[in-house]
Design a protein around this ligand. Sequence first.
Ligand code: HEC
Length: 147
Amino acid sequence: MNNFISRRLKNLVLITIASVALWGCGSGEKTVNLTAAQEQQVAERIAPAGHVSMAGQVSSAASGAASARAGSDIYATNCIACHSSGVAGAPVFGDVAAWSARLEQGLETVYTNAINGIRGMPMRGTCMDCSDEEVKAAVDHILDNSK
Ligand code: HEC
C-alpha cells in the first residue's frame, strides 16, 4: 500500500516536472494569432500617413509627380551625349551665347522643341519614358547652367 502511494507520488512529480519543462519551452516564443479583422486594424495603424491629402492639394501618387526625376539626372542620362560636346550642332551645356540665342524664340518654344524634337534634336532628347515635365526639368537644368 505504501509502495503504491509512493509510486503514484513519483509519477505525479515526474509529470509535473515534464509539464514545467514543456511550459518553459513554449513560453520563449510569443506567437499571436490574429483574426483577419485584427490584421486589417494593425495594418491601418502602422500604415504611413502620406496618403492624407489636404484641401487644394493634388495627391502626388495620383498625378504621377512622385516619380518625377530630377532635371540633372535626366540630363546626365539622356542629353549629355550630344549637349556636352555639341554633336550635330547641339548647343553646348554652359555655352551662354548659344543658349541665349535659343531663348530669343521664347522659353515655351524651346521647351516644345525639346519635347517634339527639331532638326538634329531627337524627340524628348531620346528619353522616351520622360514626361513633358521631366524634359522641361532637363531643359531648365541646362539653362540654369548656361547663363
Ligand atoms: C542625339 C543628340 C541629342 C540628344 C541626345 C539631345 N539633344 Fe537636344 N539638341 C540636339 C541638337 C543637334 C540640337 C540643335 C537642333 C537645331 O536647332 O538644329 C538640340 C537642341 C536642343 C534644344 C534647343 C531647342 C531650340 O528650340 O532651340 C534643347 C532645349 C535641347 N536640345 C534639349 C535637350 C534635352 C533636354 C535633351 C535630353 C533629354 C537633349 N536635348 C538630348 C541634339 C541632341
